[in-house]
Write a protein that binds this ligand. Structure first.
Ligand code: FAD
Length: 286
């Protein structure tokens, strides 16, 4: 395996374009290395290690948006004051990934590019209407295209990122003052647990009714899923027990869980309904 350690985004893209194929971008390696060791994924001919590219690290403000470098670790995001103020739901979700050792290595870009339906950063980013910046090599350097997070995932392990491209940043608007947002995941143990199911809700109120609603589900569909039917039950409504019931029923209908080693399809439906109900009840009393 040939190992490359570029210092800039342009150098990384150029190396990916001219290295022996197959070539794999590497960030924290917390998904890739276990898969290579277990033999469930072939080792590539070349690795392009993105971790040493300063432009891919850290959290900043850009024209009012929050911008996160793809190689920023879960621990850095969890502790970042900008994220804690502008998107506390994201800080909470990445703070519940695995354990401190994994969070120190695992990057948010890797979490998204790995495209697990259980990726813990994905649901908060869906609620935030985040955009993903994807870089491609061109003769004049790196060209960036922007993909709404909702269009980013194509299936388990599949995204819109084409061979030769890398994710460079994520960006989103800070949550407005007074908005409610919450996220939760359920697993059978308190740590080192891939979610059996996760649920996130973000609502904004205007004149006593919900003026913006976002609902998201993890581990219950081939991709991290936005809950558009549940959102439709919330929009324009006050959070009454009847509305919460209708929202819960819509969630049960729109998720597409499977039965696997972690839980049955029916159990996942019940878990999502219970988590969604609890979050909405908290929103109603907040
Ligand atoms: C024990 C254990 C427990 C875990 N628990 C959780 C958990 O609770 N919740 C959770 O969400 N995840 C969990 N994970 C999964 C993992 O830690 C995350 O998915 C992690 O965020 C991946 O980031 P990474 O930097 O390690 O990616 P890597 O392993 O380096 O890369 C992952 C994939 O993304 C690609 N890639 C990485 N960066 C880029 C980029 N910038 N552009 C293009 N492609 C890129 C790589 O080529 C590879 O295909 C766990 C993993 C382990 C080993």
């Amino acid at each position: 395996m040939i190992y490359h350690r570029p210092k800039t985004i342009e150098e990384a893209l150029s190396l990916i374009g001219r290295s022996a194929w197959p070539v794999s971008p590497l960030a924290g390696g917390t998904d890739l290395l276990p898969r290579w060791s277990a033999g469930v994924q072939d080792r590539p001919a070349s690795i392009v290690d993105l971790k040493h590219i300063e432009d891919l690290k850290g959290v900043s403000r850009a024209n009012g948006d929050i911008r996160i470098g793809a190689c920023t670790s879960m621990s850095e995001i969890e502790a970042d004051p900008l994220i804690r103020a502008a998107a506390p739901i994201l800080a909470e979700a990445v703070g519940r990934v695995a354990c401190p050792q994994i969070r120190n290595r695992a990057s948010i870009g890797g979490n998204l590019c790995n495209a697990s339906p259980a990726a813990d950063s994905a649901i908060p980013l869906l609620l935030l209407d985040a955009e993903v910046e994807v870089a491609t090599h061109t003769d004049s350097g790196a060209t960036i295209r922007t993909v709404p997070i909702e269009e980013f995932f194509k299936g388990p392990g599949a995204t819109v990122v084409a061979p030769g491209e890398i994710v460079t940043h994520l960006r989103f608007k800070p949550v407005p003052q007074g908005a409610f947002s919450a996220w939760d995941k359920f697993g059978t143990r308190p740590a080192m647990e891939i979610a059996v199911a996760s649920v996130g809700v973000a609502v904004e109120l205007g004149g006593g009714v919900i003026s913006r609603a976002r609902v998201g589900y993890g581990s219950v569909a081939p991709v991290p899923l936005r809950g558009k039917a549940a959102e439709a039950e919330l929009l324009g409504m006050a959070l009454s027990p009847e509305v919460i019931n209708r929202c819960e029923n819509a969630a049960r209908e729109e998720i597409k869980p499977i039965t696997d080693v972690r839980a049955s399809q029916a159990y996942r439906r019940d878990v999502v309904a219970a988590m969604l109900r609890r979050i909405l009840q908290r929103a109603a009393s907040s």
